[in-house]
Design a protein around this ligand. Structure first.
Ligand code: GDP
Length: 297
């Protein structure tokens, strides 16, 4: 399970300070050092770690904590709050356009889980929000990708808009939105092409689709297992596309969790959803506070 190592280490560290009737500056420093190591080991970006530790120290060494009746618990509360802030603070909800359909553009590198996530998101929108999404196949370079989306559509009993591989993604998206309006779909999920690496051709194509459809959201789907690489990918997609949210997939796997803990701080883009398995109902809305509680136990 994701975060296992981090979670164990942080809980161990916290245990030492929880019950203390008095917390000295030295206690806080020792704890901060242990938290720092735990985060670095979990593959959290080192700059993110530095600023996180400074924030904790600044707050925990304050007068308020030292003089409180339960200083140990105060310190833990600070760690929990800062961990929540690090992951984005408040939960960031999916956009709803006041002029339907709401258009969501899905982007990401090949293999990150983009197409699967498109299906999962459609499922979640229908189940949780009672919406009627239209899935759009825009990966014209891989007929297999179109097929994959159609298979998902069948499983979900949801329509998939496609125009084969000879029409440009810009044209497909445009036609898809017209179709969605006609058929009263309130969400349009555009599954764009992915590549093995970030490259100019891919970015140009995504920028063209963005310019045409003016999406309400541009989600980047990244694989949590790739650690800091996921953060780097998010940075470059954000530079080109100004993404509005990240979907972190494969958090059910054995990831150390560094990506989840660094992405918001590095890209200033919220994590909106997390993938917790291969099945179509294994996508969850991301709640920073709940995740922080889960990590700290
Ligand atoms: P794409 O190339 O980005 O469209 O990636 P796919 O949607 O084809 O997914 C690649 C692989 O990752 C597939 O085998 C998916 O089942 C798997 N996958 C996607 N999301 C998750 C997830 O949250 N957890 C796990 N364990 N596997 C996932």
């Amino acid at each position: 399970m994701a975060f296992e190592g981090l979670s164990n280490r942080l809980q161990e560290t916290i245990k030492k300070i929880t019950g203390k009737g008095k917390v000295s500056e030295q206690d806080v420093k020792t704890m901060a050092r242990e938290v720092r190591l735990a985060l670095l080991e979990a593959d959290v970006n080192f700059k993110v770690v530095r600023s996180f530790i400074n924030d904790i120290k600044e707050r925990a060494i304050g007068q308020e904590v030292m003089e409180s009746l339960t200083p140990g618990q105060q310190v833990i509360k600070i760690v929990q709050e800062e961990l929540t802030n690090l992951m984005g603070g408040e939960q960031s909800k999916i956009a709803v356009s006041d002029r339907p359909p709401t258009v969501i553009m899905m982007s990401g590198l090949q293999g990150a889980g983009k197409t699967t996530t498109t299906g999962k998101l459609a499922n979640l929108l229908r189940k949780q929000y009672n919406k009627s999404p239209l899935l759009v196949a825009c990966d014209i370079y891989r007929p297999a990708a179109i097929k994959q989306l159609q298979t998902l559509g069948k499983q979900l009993d949801m329509p998939v808009f496609e125009m084969g591989t000879d029409v440009s993604p810009v044209e497909i998206s445009k036609k898809a939105i017209e179709y969605a309006k006609q058929e009263h779909h309130d969400y349009v999920l555009i599954d764009t092409a992915g590549r093995l690496h970030v490259d100019d051709t891919l970015m140009q194509e995504l920028e063209d689709v963005k310019a045409e459809v003016k999406p309400d959201e541009i989600f980047l789907v990244v694989d949590a297992m790739t650690g800091q690489d996921a953060v780097n990918v998010a940075e470059s997609f954000n530079e080109h596309l100004d993404i509005t949210g990240v979907v972190l997939t494969k958090l059910d796997g054995d990831t150390r969790g560094g990506a989840a803990l660094s992405i918001k701080a590095v890209t200033d883009t919220p994590i909106k959803f997390i993938g917790m398995g291969e099945k179509l109902d294994e996508l969850e809305e991301f709640h920073p506070e709940r995740m922080a509680s889960r990590i700290l136990g």
